[in-house]
Design a protein around this ligand. Sequence first.
Ligand SMILES: NC(=O)c1ccc[n+]([C@@H]2O[C@H](COP(=O)([O-])OP(=O)(O)OC[C@H]3O[C@@H](n4cnc5c(N)ncnc54)[C@H](O)[C@@H]3O)[C@@H](O)[C@H]2O)c1
Length: 252
Amino acid sequence: MSNHFDLSGRVAVITGAARGIGLATAERLADAGADIAIVDMDEPAALAAAQSIEKRGKKAIACAIDLTDEHAVIDMTDEVCAKLGGYDILVCAAGIVGRNAFGWDTSVEEWRKVLDVNLTALWLCNREALRPMRKQNRGRIVNIASIAGKEGNPKLGPYSASKAGVIGMTKSLAKEVADTDIRINSVAPAVIQTPMLDQVSQETIDYMVSKIPVGRTGTTAEVAALVHYLASDECGFSTGACFDISGGRATY
Ligand SMILES: NC(=O)c1ccc[n+]([C@@H]2O[C@H](COP(=O)([O-])OP(=O)(O)OC[C@H]3O[C@@H](n4cnc5c(N)ncnc54)[C@H](O)[C@@H]3O)[C@@H](O)[C@H]2O)c1
């Protein structure tokens, strides 16, 4: 028996897969045998990512949509089923940080934007993925949260709140389908070296690294390896859980 978490014949949808954690996850799941839908609003980067997956010998499509558009998410779900012949795995990695600001300097628009992308759009992707998954009574969903959702990072209030929401929503939805072979878990990384860090001030990055006992940032490959397990059939008895990948920062 293989011990490589074989995903042959599976279709995996990965949001935010044009770069960073999403792209590393797409590459890892493709190498494990899955066909891939790259979902990202950055169309040129999404197309390039899909081409790079095809070069690895797997089918890939690029869906260039804004995930905050409900109808676009519904259509994307149908497109994946039609073009790739199924829908087995969803990994939600799309996200934004929002402006670094004290809570008292944050506008309602800034608050809503981050909550809309990081929480509402993620829930929407989960809701739509459950249409095909509930029909086949099987599926795996992995939602990328953040250590910020457990501990709260200063000057990242909307981001921290959105990620706490992802952890809670994941627990709730997971219980609703626990009597099927659908498993829904979240992952809480500490700071990982990706283009997202371009949106974060050096002061905030230094603060975050200073909190990590391992003393460094994580890599996208390390996150992809954890997601790979959670996306596999072998992940059968964990659901609604939040998996730590924080170099020892998390205290619970
Ligand atoms: N990098 C880190 O240190 C870190 C730490 C903890 C959690 N995370 C989380 O991991 C996930 C991936 O982070 P990353 O560092 O790879 O980010 P990234 O900025 O490198 O990539 C995010 C991708 O999401 C896409 N995206 C954003 N909003 C979208 C929308 N409305 N519709 C469609 N696509 C959209 C972007 O185009 C981009 O390609 C995020 O949810 C992030 O919050 C990252």
